[in-house]
Design a protein around this ligand. Structure first.
Ligand SMILES: Nc1nc2c(ncn2[C@@H]2O[C@H](COP(=O)(O)OP(=O)(O)OP(=O)(O)O)[C@@H](O)[C@H]2O)c(=O)[nH]1
Ligand SMILES: [Mg+2]
Length: 469
């Protein structure tokens, strides 16, 4: 049997394309503030694992519904013939200039699509919609009305009363604020429209919920790879004989920081792609997705762990030891006096503020010297990276595919530290991985994936998603 198909129809500019975008989880649907954005029908299949679960058809809005209905009324005989009259209308006007939008939007319905009729619940109801609803009723197709509240005013009850005269099922569905579980719930309601759609749509709802659980593991892997990459990276430069290392320090440090920022950006992009937010890249040139810079240590206490939490994970003790070792190797550390000296005694560098890393000179086995910046041994740095990543994940996971606004993320809006949600046991386990990374053992990815998957699930804005099966 072919998959269920729904044509999303209505007045121009009421959020039809936005609803298609949200329910097909596809951010390539054309959406714009001007009416008349959609001019031809386009099918958007919702696929999971390559299998089409259902199809949404984006359509242009009605332009001349009253005149179209007048044409149909002139040819009306009995109610049993209503559908044939609509077919005759489309046949008579296809390719002409008289009713291009009506012909376009009615075609998928006459081909067997169910109807999702979209209205804006923030503007008052008016009789101008009645011709549209009447034409749709004449098609005899299974139908449902969706009230999409675009603005602030509330005319929902008024709409509900009017819509119920034409549609058995009426739902409020905000295209821009539709958490995953709300989408699943709507899918099940679609299943009520036609007997033979019930099972495929219930199966689609189950498949989507199962897919969501797999998504958490994929996100966990993206974050684990990003963390390993960022915590093991170092920037290096070979020094020519006799050159003064201090001349290259600041450029090397810059290179190191740029590379870490790039790795963080890559991780964010991976997460966005996992959720099918493909066009965020389009905005990336203009937008700093996390506008508090990774190295702006003023925000470290917010993104990372507090001193008390660091001590509880066991991170702080290890760092003290690390500091002492650094002090011991003496001449290997260029900035020893100013940095390590301050580090061992002061809590600043240990707990996250202060300088991230040191530049060191190493003597190469075959002669020559290597200037190296990183990897960082700062104990809070992994948590800062993780805290930012979890917040970004929550925003992406909860983002509607119809949302075309810039994704802005900042500590000021984040509300709470995202690591506070991670329980003490898990934090300790994370710390064991981070310590191994600091000690040069990069083989912790799988362990991190297992640890991070439930943490990622916790930060999904739609925690009910997993209980929908
Ligand atoms: N705030 C808010 N804006 C919405 C919502 N749904 C749609 N919009 C906005 O309304 C405008 C029109 O949305 P579209 O989805 O393009 O509407 P349409 O019905 O497909 O329009 P046409 O194709 O022109 O007929 C866009 O600027 C959307 O961002 C909503 O639920 N909330
Ligand atoms: Mg549109």
């Amino acid at each position: 049997m072919s998959e269920p198909v729904f044509a999303v129809v209505g007045h121009p500019n009421k959020g039809k394309s936005s609803i298609v975008s949200t329910l097909a989880r596809d951010d390539s649907v054309q959406i714009a503030p001007e009416p008349g954005t959609t001019t031809v029908c386009r099918r958007f299949p919702m696929r999971v694992d390559g299998r089409v679960q259902y199809v949404l058809v984006d359509t242009p809005g009605f332009q001349r519904a009253r005149r179209a209905l007048a044409w149909m009324r002139e040819r009306e005989t009995t109610a049993a013939e209503h559908r044939s009259v609509v077919e005759a209308f489309v046949d008579a006007h296809r390719g002409s200039d008289a009713f291009p939008d009506e012909c376009e939007l009615l075609t998928p319905v006459l081909e067997g699509a169910g109807i999702l009729y979209v209205v804006d619940g923030s503007v008052p109801y008016g009789p101008e919609y009645e011709a549209e609803m009447e034409i749709l009723r004449w098609t005899g197709a299974p139908s449902m009305a969706l009230i999409n509240p675009i603005g602030e005013s509330d005319h929902i009850e008024e709409w509900r009363a009017a819509l119920h005269q034409y549609f058995k099922v009426v739902r409020v569905f905000d295209a821009l604020d539709a958490p995953f579980d709300k989408q699943i719930e709507l899918l099940r309601a679609f299943g009520e429209l036609r007997e033979d759609w019930r099972e495929p749509l219930a199966a689609a709802a189950r498949t989507l919920a199962e897919e969501r659980a797999r998504v958490y593991t994929r996100v966990a892997r993206a974050l684990a790879e990003m963390l390993v990459d960022m915590l093991t990276y170092s920037a290096t430069r070979r020094l020519s004989i006799g050159s003064d290392p201090s001349l290259f320090e600041s450029t090397l440090e810059q290179e190191y920081k740029d590379a870490l920022r790039e790795r963080e950006r890559k991780g964010r992009r991976a997460v966005e792609l996992i959720y099918g937010h493909r066009s965020v890249q389009r905005q990336e040139g203009e937008v700093e997705l996390l506008d508090q810079d990774l190295f702006s240590t003023d925000h470290w206490y917010f993104w990372g762990l507090s001193r008390r939490q660091l001590v509880a994970t066991g991170a702080a003790g290890g760092a003290l030891l690390g500091g002492a070792v650094d002090a011991g190797v003496g001449g290997a550390s260029l900035l020893l006096g100013t940095l390590v000296g301050a580090t061992v005694g002061g809590a600043t560098a240990l707990f996250g503020s202060g300088r991230l890393t040191r530049t060191r000179v190493a003597h190469l086995p075959l002669g020559g010297r290597l200037l190296r910046c990183g990897p960082t041994r700062n104990v809070n740095f992994p948590y800062v990276v993780l805290g930012r990543a979890l917040y970004h994940h929550a925003r992406v996971a909860g983002r509607s595919h119809a949302n075309r606004d810039t994704l802005t993320l900042s500590a000021d809006d984040a509300g709470e530290s995202w690591l506070d949600r991670v329980d003490a046991g898990r934090r300790k386990a994370l710390e064991r991985c981070f310590r191994r990374l600091r000690d040069g053992d990069a083989d912790v990815t799988e362990e991190l994936v297992a640890l991070l998957a439930p943490i990622v699930a916790q930060t999904d804005a739609a925690p009910g998603a997993l209980q929908t099966t």
